[in-house]
Design a protein around this ligand. Structure first.
Ligand code: GLV
Ligand code: MN
Ligand code: MN
Length: 419
């Protein structure tokens, strides 16, 4: 196969251009970040930009019922299933330029490189940009790819609401991305995704790219903690039912569970903690809080969920009048990637002389959903500042992005000849 490489300047300028959409000044970090929350006006603008680039590349575009964007490039044999590659355009409200964007814009750069070289692959190629990977707004992550591959039913997804009561079905329509293509139909030959690592391993070890072996289990819950609001000064301590205190206790308990080592390599985060009424001199009568647990071991995750449930029962028994409702909003087991894709990524990195190692993904990714219907895998690009992500400081430089997308190019070409 002829040697090809992507145009790194072009990739970089597209990353910069998309990064302007939803750019905001983050007061805490004192940096410019990206806010393209799923199905917001900024997400629509980002999608429109990406679709315009897809059209420029001569791709045929299709939008499915959950708003996933598919852009197809014909192969020599139309009867063969395609190789799909991509990621997502939405971001967390305080994100950076690379999470998701590298995978989508890198995929378009792969197509551009093939177009420039006049190369047609045997299998068709499909670039995918999937709806609401982040899950920050509607409460469940990898939504678009999960609906496309059957884990989440379409009607259930349409009914999910954000904090303001707006639902996915209506918001998709509002931004013009409720497509007609039926979901749960596509069965690619393989799916590959390039993404920033979002952790410190590659950068600390001075490596060029990562070969992703699996994604760890994810368990998300929303807690509604109900106590009794009352005067902060006049209410004796023994009379109080303080929902804020209960939330704090749960948060501390989660950390104790992590530190105990009893649940494997558990990670736990209470990312939302909203007291009501949220006044200095009022004991919180209600708290909405979230729990995000990750674990590379399924058994450790199940035990952690049980332990959390038991602790919540105990808290309610200890405090008369305290009620805690626990609602599971997302749950996925460990998802291993196909050895065929892992070794293709490793082989491509080695052939290019790029140092690499195998590692698992700490974050959730669209690739884990596609892994349920085809051979799937991922390439990680290292990130500066210990790979910090979901933060405006998130940054992978031109070389880090370029190396990983060159590997994507090689893997896509290889899989597209796998007949
Ligand atoms: C997606 O970024 C996640 O929360 O893992
Ligand atoms: Mn992502
Ligand atoms: Mn993310």
């Amino acid at each position: 196969m002829k040697e090809l490489s992507i145009n790194r300047d072009r990739l970089w300028s597209h990353l910069s251009e998309l990064g302007e959409i939803g750019a905001y000044h983050d007061e805490v970090a004192d940096l410019v970040g990206v806010r393209r929350l799923a199905l917001s006006d900024e997400d629509r603008a980002g999608r429109d930009r990406v679709v315009a680039w897809m059209r420029e590349l001569g791709l045929s575009i299709s939008i499915d019922e959950i708003g996933n964007i598919y852009a197809e490039r014909a192969g020599r044999d139309a009867s063969l299933s395609p190789v799909m590659f991509g990621s997502h355009v939405d971001s967390v409200p305080t994100g950076g330029r690379f999470d998701g964007a590298l995978g989508v814009l890198g995929a378009l750069e792969v197509v551009r490189t093939l177009n420039d070289a006049g190369e047609q692959t045997t299998r068709p190629l499909v670039v995918g940009a999937f709806t609401d990977e982040e899950g920050c707004r509607f409460g469940t992550d990898m939504l678009g790819s999960a609906v496309a591959t059957g884990r989440i039913p379409l009607q259930q997804a349409y009914g999910l609401t954000d904090r303001d009561g707006l639902c996915i079905g209506d918001e998709l329509e509002r931004i013009g991305y409720k497509g007609k293509e039926p979901v749960n139909q596509r069965r690619p030959h393989a799916y590959v995704e390039c993404h920033v690592e979002q952790g410190p391993t590659l950068i600390r070890e001075g490596l060029d790219v990562g070969v992703v072996t699996m994604v760890q289990a994810i368990s998300w819950h929303e807690l509604t903690i109900t106590g009794r609001s009352a005067h902060a000064g006049a209410t004796p301590t023994s009379y109080r039912v303080d929902a804020g205190l209960a939330a704090a206790r749960i948060n501390v308990r989660l950390r104790e569970m992590v530190d105990s080592g009893e649940f494997g390599e558990l990670r736990a985060t209470m990312g939302v903690n909203r007291p009501h009424p949220g006044m200095i001199n009022v004991i919180p009568g209600r708290v909405i809080a979230t729990v995000d647990m990750r674990n590379p071991d399924d058994d450790g995750m199940r035990r952690a969920e049980q332990a959390l449930g038991r602790y919540i029962e105990e808290l309610q028994e200890q405090t008369e009048g305290l009620r805690i409702a626990l609602r599971r909003t997302a749950r996925t087991d460990v998802v291993p990637f196909a050895e065929k894709v892992r070794s293709a990524v490793e082989g491509a990195a080695n052939d290019r002389g790029l140092s690499n190692r195998r590692l698992f993904a700490g974050a959730g990714h669209d690739a884990q959903e596609w892994a349920h219907v085809c051979d799937a895998g991922m390439i990680f690009a290292p990130g500066e500042y210990d790979g910090i992500s979901h933060n405006p400081r998130e940054y992978s430089n031109e070389k880090q992005c370029g190396d990983s997308i060159d590997v994507l190019l090689d893997v896509v070409r290889r899989l597209a000849e796998d007949v």
